[in-house]
Write a protein that binds this ligand. Structure first.
Ligand code: ADP
Length: 502
């Protein structure tokens, strides 16, 4: 066994040989930034130690990506051929779907059924969706002075793209960023989150087999402050795409100004879910549970503020509590009936617990949960009970700040105007949900809400064909769909003079 691979046996019995180097120029090499310990959040054991990239390693990865960008074998490859390579990678990932889902669950703590059925399905279909776009990216012809002049536009890749990935959807967020970047002909240096380095290493093994030329995709695990910072401050990186916290997004925005990098940022949220008295109450309660408790509450779009019309508050609270009781089964993420696994790391676990304390000390009333979940993990692991506070006011931290856990607040409102004002009363603007059977109200409120996405009688819908992103301090730019291509291409205008003689 080379020292750049490790043999593992997962909790579900699956045997996995995992590369542990950093991936530059289609090869795994040892990183010089020390090691990252990947911790199993279910029992706090060490799964594996993988290489971390130093600033010099980041420089080597950027050089590889630059060379690959300058080399016509990728950028000038006809769209159908570039797409074919992406399709091949998607096929190879599909053939290894169980192993990838196993690594995702083991490392992140999300239920295996979610990793397999949702995350991996999304990864594969996202790569295929953008592979399909690779031969459909082109400009327009614009008549200017009829008979004499016209202009046309060229859609060109941006160059070397740095992509910084969060830990809540490690592979899916990588696919959202790689898909459009590659379809447009860019080259990439991708930095996974240090909390979840494993699944992308396994996926990287198939990059050269799929046919990507060396340097087109480079994967550098590493720490945010070292490898992340080196990537964002690198003068030969043309673009940074980031998903993560708002605080880190702001720091990245500042650093990226060093050479005025193109940026897209997908940051935090405190998404409202508004329940009007004319809604289907059973549905509102069930979707409210899904909206905040899915993925351990670790979703930037999680509907963490439930605003309920005063006249139905008591009835809603009863049904919401019931939905949590019957659906939010906390347990071993590899068990079939688990809805909620552990939080990803001790730091996140302690962060959520500190917000529970804040909710109590600020005068909120604990409706349910509020404790570490003790019935799993034999005293180990980062499990938290699904938690709901009522009697919360708009000034409280738990109303204003992103918590990123299975934790929400229920607050009442009187009128539609109140609901809109309260929904918009945070610095964020990512997701939002409206429950009503009144068609006019649904569209009226959807228009007024300050958010990048609105769900009517639903929560957390996302589809690779539909733009995803936020307003206010929830981010800049859009991912997914055709909008996602705009983030990875630039438009060149070419003016043509056919007949105007001087
Ligand atoms: P969290 O606080 O939830 O861990 P972050 O937003 O800090 O989330 O992390 C998201 C991603 O950003 C990770 O890949 C992390 O390594 C990276 N990151 C963190 N700090 C920096 C930084 N200063 N520069 C670049 N990347 C960073």
């Amino acid at each position: 066994m080379s020292d750049l691979k490790v043999d593992l046996t997962a909790p579900n019995g699956r045997k996995i040989t995992l590369p542990i180097g950093i991936y530059i120029n289609n090869e795994f090499v040892k990183g010089n930034g020390g090691e990252i310990e990947s911790i199993n959040p279910t029992d706090e054991s060490v799964i594996a130690k993988v290489s971390a990239a130093s600033a010099d390693d980041v420089d080597a990865a950027v050089k590889a990506a630059r060379q690959a960008f300058n080399d016509p074998s990728w950028r000038d490859l006809p769209g159908p051929d570039r797409g074919a390579i992406m399709f091949k990678w998607a096929d190879l990932l599909e053939a290894n779907r169980e192993t990838l889902a196993t690594l995702e669950t083991w490392d992140n703590g999300k239920p295996y059924s979610v990793s397999y059925n949702e995350d991996l399905a999304e990864v594969i279909s996202c790569l295929r969706y953008y592979a399909g776009w690779a031969d459909k990216i082109h400009g327009q012809t614009i008549p200017t002075t009829p008979g004499m002049k016209f202009a046309y536009t060229l859609k060109q890749p941006i160059g070397v793209c740095g992509q910084i990935i969060p830990w809540n959807y490690p592979l899916a967020m990588a696919a959202w960023k790689l898909g459009p970047a590659l379809a447009c002909g860019n080259t990439v240096v991708l930095k996974p989150a240090e909390q979840t380095p494993l699944s992308i290493l396994f996926a990287a093994q198939f990059i050269s087999e799929a046919g990507f030329p060396p340097g087109v995709i480079n994967i550098i695990n590493g720490y945010g402050k070292e490898a992340g910072h080196a990537l964002v401050s690198h003068l030969d990186v043309d673009k940074i795409a980031f998903t993560g916290s708002t605080a880190t997004g702001k720091a990245i925005m500042k650093t990226a100004s060093v050479n005025m990098k193109n940026i897209t940022l997908e940051t935090g949220g405190k998404s409202p879910l508004i329940v009007f008295e004319d809604c289907d109450l059973d549905q509102a309660a069930k979707w409210s549970q899904i909206g905040i408790m899915s993925n351990q509450g670790q979703i930037c779009t999680a509907t963490s503020r439930v605003l309920v019309q005063e006249s139905i508050l008591d009835k809603f609270v009863e049904k919401f509590q019931e939905a949590i009781k019957t659906t939010s089964k906390v347990g071993d993420p590899f068990a079939d009936d688990t809805f909620q696994g552990p939080q990803v790391t001790r730091a996140q676990y302690e962060r959520v617990l500190s917000y529970i304390e804040a909710g109590k000390s600020e005068g909120g009333k604990l409706l349910t949960g509020g404790e570490p979940h003790k019935n799993v993990g034999e005293g180990k692991g980062f499990f938290i009970e699904p938690t709901v506070f009522t009697d919360v006011t708009e000034e409280m931290k738990v109303y204003q700040e992103e918590i990123f856990g299975p934790f929400c607040v229920v607050v009442s409102f009187k009128t539609e105007e109140d609901a809109i004002r309260m929904a918009n009363n945070t610095t964020y603007g990512l997701g939002s949900a409206i429950f009503t059977q009144n068609l006019e109200r649904a569209h009226r409120v959807a228009e007024k809400i300050e958010a990048g996405m609105v769900w009517i009688n639903s929560s957390q819908d996302s589809d690779i064909r539909v733009p995803f992103g936020g307003v206010k301090q929830s981010g800049i730019g859009r991912e997914l769909g055709e909008a996602g291509l705009a983030a990875y291409s630039q438009t060149k205008a070419v003016h043509v003079n056919l007949g105007l003689k001087l």
